[in-house]
Design a protein around this ligand. Structure first.
Ligand code: HBI
Ligand code: FE
Length: 297
């Protein structure tokens, strides 16, 4: 089976009359009772699952933003709090937006969030980011000043990667940090990646399963590593601190790094490379037995 990366995915089409930056009104008044209940269900499940799993910065953000379990948040209210904390705002979009548009938002401290919520038939698995993933998963970390700067730096880097033709490499950095990153703390590994914190099943799997590799983060290593968007990750990368992530991103000159990467092969998902710091050498049993689909068989 070929590996599908997000950079290969089709993106949604700009709705008629949509803004050139792809933003749309959130339409908070249009959510149904059932949609608000879906948020509350997802929220309550994560409120139960995340203690001792998610990192402190995530909980601080959740608290500071008063992101609650009483239905889908109104972006206007959320933005008052968020912009006062770190200067970030949330803008509503219809789904995945083109890369250049996405990076332009991030570079200007705007986070594009899908305004729709998943159906009750797909509470646990999603291919397209919905409002629960985007807001519950991403926004608490944007209330952290260091992570807030990292996301903006990523957006600026994305614009450059796009113009140089190295988007695939930079997209892997986003995937293995913003979406699926783990953090080393004195009390053990903690989750900061939005793809994990917004998923009950993956927040358990990412820390506890013997299947995936857990490896020390290295910028070059991560940018060479393939990823999958269709199931639990087969490798997670562990950063020593959010500050480290920001520093390595802002102090590296990505131009020469891309040139170097262009001469090196991609690294398969489950590989261990010389120089890897191995937190967990995974069995890969989950992936080898067919993953999500194999579990049901
Ligand atoms: N659009 N809404 C949205 N959310 C994303 O995370 C996103 C996107 N468009 C492109 C994109 N991500 C990728 O370029 C990044 O994952 C690198
Ligand atoms: Fe995301």
């Amino acid at each position: 089976m070929g590996v599908v990366e997000r950079a290969d995915q089709p993106q949604v089409i700009l709705p008629k009359g949509g803004n050139p930056d792809w933003t749309i009104p959130q339409g908070h008044e249009r959510y149904s009772e059932a949609e608000h209940r879906t948020w509350t269900t997802l929220y309550e499940r994560q409120a139960e699952t995340l203690p001792s799993r998610a990192c402190e910065a995530f909980f601080r953000g959740l608290e500071a933003l008063d992101l609650h379990g009483q239905g889908i948040p109104d972006f206007a209210q959320l933005n008052e709090k968020l912009s006062a904390l770190t200067g970030w705002t949330i803008v509503a979009v219809p789904g995945l937006v083109p890369d250049g548009i996405f990076f332009d938002h991030l570079a200007n401290r705007r986070f594009p969030a899908g305004n729709f919520i998943r159906g009750t038939d797909e509470l646990d698995y999603l291919k397209e980011p919905d409002i629960f993933h985007d807001v519950f998963g991403h926004v608490p970390m944007l209330a952290d000043p260091v992570f807030a700067d990292y996301m903006q730096a990523y957006g600026k880097g994305g614009q450059r990667a796009l113009s140089l033709g190295y988007l695939q490499n930079l997209a892997r950095l986003y995937w293995y940090t913003v979406e699926f990153g783990l953090l080393e703390t004195p009390s053990g590994l903690r989750i900061y990646g939005a793809g994990i914190v917004s998923s009950r099943t993956e927040s358990i799997f990412a820390l506890a399963s013997p299947s995936p590799n857990r490896l020390g983060f290295s910028l070059e290593r991560v940018m060479r590593t393939l990823y999958r968007i269709d199931d639990f990750q087969q490798v997670y990368f562990v950063i020593p601190s959010l500050q480290y992530l920001l520093d390595v991103t802002t102090k590296t000159d990505f131009g020469p790094l891309y040139t170097k990467l262009s001469r090196l092969p991609d690294i398969p998902i489950a590989a261990i490379e010389p120089g890897d710091r191995v937190f967990t050498l995974g069995t890969q049993d989950y992936a080898n037995s067919g993953g999500r689909l194999g579990q049901e068989a």
